[in-house]
Design a binder for this molecule. Sequence first.
Ligand SMILES: Nc1ncnc2c1ncn2[C@@H]1O[C@H](COP(=O)(O)OP(=O)(O)OP(=O)(O)O)[C@@H](O)[C@H]1O
Length: 357
Amino acid sequence: MTVQACFSGTQGHFVLDAAFEFPVRGVTALFGPSGCGKTTLLRCMAGLNYLPQGRFTIAGEVWQDEQVFLKPYQRSVGYVFQEASLFPHLSVRENLLYGARRCQTNTPYPIDFDELVSLLGILPLLDRSPARLSGGERQRIAIGRALLTQPRILLMDEPLSALDHQSKQDILPYLERLHERLSIPVVYVTHAIEEVARLADHIVLLEQGKVQAAGNITETLSRLDFNIRQDEHAAVVLPATIVEQDKRWHLARAKFVGGSLWVRGHGLQLNQSIRLRVLARDVSIGLHPIDQVSIQNRLPATITELAVSDDPAVMLLRLNVDGSPLLARLTSRSAHELRLEAGQRIWAQIKSVAVLE
Ligand SMILES: Nc1ncnc2c1ncn2[C@@H]1O[C@H](COP(=O)(O)OP(=O)(O)OP(=O)(O)O)[C@@H](O)[C@H]1O
């Protein structure tokens, strides 16, 4: 069961030619630089833009093809914009209920008002006026209102971009909780890699109206061609589960496909699902396991690919840790002196791991 999107045509001087599909569950990030066509694609999905050469289906239900073009009001879409446009004369509760009244479908997994209020942490805000809310609170209400229409798909256009850094950090945990509960596909437009790493299950990488890569987050984000341009931020994201705690040293062991890593244990529970983000610059390579170093995390791996970055002094390596990818960033001289090559077995030494809860 997938969502299939295929849109091509021109808008002024801009040429869009994008085809991709993604599962009907989970968050799919449309990611790319400013002007690459993310918003245009989202508007095509909502029926707000019409490109005659378009096809859009959700689990086999056709919203656009050669014969069909459902008007925006005929599409069961929840749309969240960069800035929340709440009705100023209605209270938060009334804004939310406005969404519920516009409920269009009999979805198999409807979202309950009270549950949503609790997931978004907005109970204390229900009787307030939108004028008395912070930007982050307003955006949570806008998400709630969109979801209470019980849409078949939720489209979010850079929902955090108008918020300051702290408000972004505050709202992300709510989005993560929501993500676990939602059974509809969410398309999330962003150019912030941190939001992708924390929220997305799938990703579509866009550039100048074309799809550069699309697929599962772990595989796609570990591609060398993508990471070469991320420079210092090149990283992999690994889904993991906490399987052991070392209370004495405040550490926890996070197991992922292919291995496990010790991470800071503060606030983590046994069996908790988390995501690990490992920056390429925190991974070094050894030909043998070395004991007497301070680095605790060492994993046997195979080099699968090497690439020189735009800066010829720096190389990026893609590693395979028994089924999971890892990236390592090192100087070209180190790679040359260690005679590193594809297929070689090595030890990856991981200096630091970020836990994205
Ligand atoms: N209605 C339109 N007519 C003509 N050109 C348009 C129209 N809408 C968008 N464009 C152009 O299409 C290109 C893609 O715009 P779009 O807003 O989809 O990009 P984006 O990736 O969402 O960018 P950003 O991250 O800055 O919001 C831009 O060059 C824009 O100027």
